[in-house]
Each structure stands twice: as structure tokens, then as C-alpha cells.
Ligand binder design. Structure first.
Ligand code: XBP
Ligand code: MG
Length: 256
């Protein structure tokens, strides 16, 4: 098996590189609701269902629609709430309250040291994505960063991944590996023609990941179950490492 088939790794941000939804975005949305004197509060568990709608402004607008608020008031309010939510989330980042997932920074370091090209494809907004990546992973760590600002169709639309691959000067192919945490992200990566390793979290653990090339519970083993789905039988036992991602790319690119 060729060991040099891994052309690049493209990371999702929310839920993958960082544990940002439950105690990050959700708190910022709730604070924005409070500041605008709105009665809405998103509790941790139902917020998991709201995550099916990607993009914060779209998530708010869908929720307002469910509350019976019509356009143009709905769109105006969603835009206003999202603007404030973004400021509040930036403040959480500056305050060090949005952590990297355990083992994520080590994997980024190891991939970088191994000369693998790194990019980001996220549905989140550039206004917070850039400072967060800088703070947790270092200046200019990712050669290409595509955010929801440049790919407004949002995942599961593949455009963020298509743009990231293009920005790296590569052709979309299974030797480019996406790291994702959600079904929406997996569908986006696969529709772009990439391999995909899924690192689940508590919100996404029960989603459907049968098309994934590997599904694990974290970057590092944390308890008894680590590998959830392993069609190539690569089965890393303790952590998601560079060699495993190389093998995923090689197997996906030449399955026989
Ligand atoms: C992340 C999102 C984002 C965040 C909020 O999805 O859908 O909308 O929840 O960020 P993914 P914004 O991990 O699939 O990219 O408020 O900036 O949209
Ligand atoms: Mg995600």
C-alpha cells in the first residue's frame, strides 16, 4: 500500500476541532435572545435537534419560523440576533472558553510535522473562525480556510469542501481526507468526492455514518469504545494518528 497518497486533510471546526456547540454557540445564542428581550432559550438537549440546520443565522430563522414569526420581521430579527451572537461568541473565544477537543491540536501538529497540507472547511462565520484557529492552533496553521461567508449554501452542500480543495490547488479525490463530526459534514465531504473520517461527539454519536471511511469516538481513546465503524479494518486502538489517516486515504483511493 502506498504511504504517500495523503494529499491533504481538511478539518471541520464546530464539533470536530473544537467542542463549541453546547457551551459555546448555544450560550451565545441564549445571551443574544436575553439581550433583545426575547423569551427564547435553547436548552442543551433540544439544541442537538436544532443543529440539523447548519449556519447560525439560518438556525435562528428556522426557529423563529417555528415560533410563527413571519418575514420580513423574521429575517431582520435573525440577522440582528446573529450579529450580536457572533460578538458574544468572539468574547467567549477571547476569554479562552472554547476548548480544542482533546488530542486535536496534537494531530494538527503531527500532520503539519509530517508535511501534510492542512485546510479548514466550516459552516461557521469568518469573524470568529479566524481568531479561534489562531488562538488554539497557531498563526497560519491552515493553508486554506473556507468559512460560511464564502460558502453560503452551508453543509451538507459540498461547496465549502470544493472551495477548500480548489484553494489547495488539488483535485477533489479520496486522497484528500475530511475530518468531520456530523452527518451534514460527512454528506458534504462525500459529495465533494473526498474521504471522510468522522470523530463523533455527544450530539452526533447516533447519526448515520455508514458512508464514512472510519468513525471514532475522539482523537484519543477515552474509555472502552474507540472505533465505531471501520470498513477497511484499520482499527487504531488508542488514538487517531497520521498513519491511520494515511491508510484511510490510500485505501479509499485504491480500495483493492
Ligand atoms: C457548524 C454550524 C455553525 C455553528 C454556528 O456546522 O452549523 O452554524 O453552529 O456558527 P459545521 P455561526 O460544524 O458542520 O460547520 O453562528 O457562525 O453560523
Ligand atoms: Mg461540525
Amino acid at each position: 500500500m502506498s504511504r504517500d497518497r495523503l494529499r491533504a486533510v481538511i478539518f471541520d471546526v464546530d464539533g470536530t476541532l473544537v467542542d463549541s456547540e453546547r457551551d459555546g454557540h448555544r450560550r451565545a445564542f441564549n445571551k443574544a435572545f436575553e439581550e433583545l428581550d426575547l423569551p427564547y432559550r435553547w436548552e442543551p438537549e433540544p439544541y442537538g435537534d436544532l443543529l440539523a440546520v447548519t449556519g447560525g443565522q439560518r438556525r435562528i430563522a428556522t426557529y423563529l419560523e417555528d415560533q410563527g414569526i413571519d418575514d420580513p420581521e423574521r429575517s431582520d430579527l435573525a440577522a440582528k440576533l446573529h450579529e450580536r451572537k457572533t460578538e458574544l461568541f468572539q468574547a467567549l473565544i477571547a476569554d479562552g472558553q472554547i476548548p480544542a477537543r482533546p488530542g486535536a491540536a496534537e494531530l494538527v501538529d503531527d500532520l503539519d510535522a509530517a508535511g501534510v497540507r492542512l485546510a479548514v472547511a466550516t459552516t461557521g462565520s469568518r469573524a470568529w473562525v479566524e481568531p479561534l484557529l489562531r488562538q488554539l492552533f497557531g498563526e497560519n496553521r491552515f493553508q486554506v480556510v473556507v468559512t460560511g461567508d464564502e460558502a453560503p449554501d452551508r453543509k451538507p452542500d459540498p461547496s465549502a469542501y470544493v472551495r477548500a480543495v480548489d484553494g489547495l490547488g488539488l483535485a477533489a479525490a479520496p486522497d484528500v481526507v475530511a475530518l468531520e463530526d456530523s452527518r451534514n459534514g460527512l454528506v458534504a465531504a462525500k459529495a465533494a468526492g473526498l474521504s471522510c473520517v468522522v470523530v463523533v461527539n455527544d450530539y452526533t454519536r447516533d447519526e448515520e455514518f455508514s458512508e464514512a471511511d472510519l468513525v471514532v469516538t475522539g482523537f484519543e481513546a477515552n474509555g472502552s469504545t474507540f472505533v465505531l465503524h471501520d470498513p477497511f479494518g484499520l482499527a487504531p486502538s488508542d488514538r487517531l494518528d497520521v498513519d491511520t489517516i494515511r491508510q484511510v486515504a490510500a485505501r479509499a483511493a485504491s480500495p483493492d
